[in-house]
Design a protein around this ligand. Structure first.
Ligand SMILES: Cc1cc2nc3c(=O)[nH]c(=O)nc-3n(C[C@H](O)[C@H](O)[C@H](O)COP(=O)(O)OP(=O)(O)OC[C@H]3O[C@@H](n4cnc5c(N)ncnc54)[C@H](O)[C@@H]3O)c2cc1C
Length: 382
């Protein structure tokens, strides 16, 4: 196992200070290691996640070679030649487990933002105090965007949040964590070959969820009530002005509709499995608050906005992969983790084999199935 940094590198280097997992502690499970502390319904801090993964490395006796940056993987002699900062390796098979979130994904027009406005990605952002005083434009309203918008607004900085397509979720539903419902109802276990539109499922943004001790819902209604100004998707930048899409009402209705359908699925599961009495009556959330007249543009030269936080998603980095298996959008071509090149495999990518694939609780089942294929491949090619 080759790791360019230390064990749990992404959790040590690429996360902000206040981040907690949005998955509850009881859901943090890896083969042979699970949360055993006093707060199974709580959410781990970044430090606790790093310790958890470190413990797994010890318990599993994983042969990790740290400080080994892979600079190239290429086909050679029916197998692969791997070049690393700690020497070269020849092997028959390679599993790419380098992560789905190696770099922030930021629109190109960032280069035209006036230089008076500071720009940060979630990889640079650590805490509000590191930002200049004054207004902040947070771009993107998925898990990262809503969490940072709330934290910055609480720090006294007026926040404007540019909202694109998003997934609305309440933190709690019928007395349970919403991710408990995702788990038991089987939604999270839906397989890649059962999903209607796999390309779309793999591109779905992360849900509007935060893991706070208070277990509060952090949807757009909650943010608006904190004073965050909601605007549409940042569509273009012209002469120093950010131009936002209109039609917030339609976009919000779509997220509300999808949420209602998901809650219907949970309710059906509760009915079918005799959980209705225990869970209490089904709940429905009020439609997302829609501002009366959302601004369609914002002059970035006016001084109103002092910083922009790009919470526009992440993407993998395969700059080191010299095998033609990456598509035009920078994504690996694979079928359930079996990459389009003999003996090449992947783990940890969105909906790799099931909807939970990129979460810590999703790796065990995926790994078992992918390694099963790999073992058969090696046996056949011995
Ligand atoms: C902001 C954020 C919040 C998240 N919150 C949650 C959550 O609440 N719950 C949850 O279950 N999941 C969460 N996730 C998903 C989380 O990333 C995964 O659960 C988990 O970290 C994925 O592990 P991984 O090993 O597949 O990828 P990573 O954690 O990204 O690990 C990949 C490793 O590969 C190394 N690497 C990359 N390229 C190379 C190279 N060329 N050579 C050598 N080493 C290399 C990296 O240094 C890194 O250590 C979150 C992700 C992000 C970005």
């Amino acid at each position: 196992m080759l790791e360019r940094g230390d064990v749990a590198n992404s959790w040590r280097r690429e996360r902000w200070d206040s981040l907690r997992l949005l998955t509850p502690n009881w859901q943090s499970r890896l083969p042979g290691v699970r949360y055993e502390g006093p707060d199974p319904d709580g959410y781990m801090t970044v430090g606790e996640v790093s310790e958890f993964i470190e413990r797994f490395a010890v318990v599993s006796r994983a042969p990790v070679r740290t400080g080994a940056n892979v600079t190239s993987v290429r086909r050679a002699d029916g197998g692969y030649h791997v070049a690393t900062s700690r020497g070269e390796i020849r092997c028959q098979a390679v599993v790419i487990a380098s992560g789905a979130c190696n770099q922030p994904s930021v629109p190109q027009f960032k280069d035209a933002v006036p230089s008076s406005v500071e720009q940060l990605t979630p990889f640079d952002y650590r805490a509000p105090a590191k930002l200049p005083d004054g207004g902040v434009l947070v771009v993107g309203a998925s898990a990262t965007g809503v969490q940072l918008a709330a934290e910055l607004q609480r720090s006294g900085r007026p926040v404007t949040l540019a909202v694109g397509e998003h997934v609305r979720l309440p933190r709690m539903y019928r007395g349970r964590d919403v991710l408990w419902w995702m788990d038991v109802s089987g939604v999270w276990d839906q397989r890649y070959d059962e999903v209607d539109d796999l390309t779309r499922a793999r591109r779905l943004p992360s849900p509007q969820l935060a893991g706070t001790p208070e277990r509060t819902t952090l949807d757009l209604t909650a943010l608006a009530s904190m004073g965050v100004e909601l605007v549409g998707r940042w569509a273009a930048l012209r002469d120093g002005r950010a131009l936002f899409s209109g039609g917030l009402r339609n976009m919000f209705s779509l997220a509300d509709l999808k949420l209602r359908r998901l809650l219907d699925t949970f309710d059906e599961w509760a009915r079918a499995h005799g959980h209705d009495a225990e869970a209490g009556p089904p709940e429905r959330l009020a439609p997302t608050y829609v501002p009366e007249s959302a601004r369609l543009q914002l002059d970035l030269r006016s001084g109103e906005i002092r910083a922009i936080v790009w919470a526009t998603g992440f993407r993998p980095d395969y700059g080191w992969l010299d095998v033609p298996v990456v598509d035009a959008k920078g994504q690996l071509r694979h079928q359930g983790g079996v990459v389009d090149s003999p003996g090449l495999y992947a783990l940890g990518l969105p909906v790799l084999r099931r909807r939970r694939s990129t979460f810590i609780c999703g790796i065990e089942d995926d790994a078992r199935e992918v390694i099963d294929h790999l073992t058969r491949y090696l046996a056949a090619h011995r």
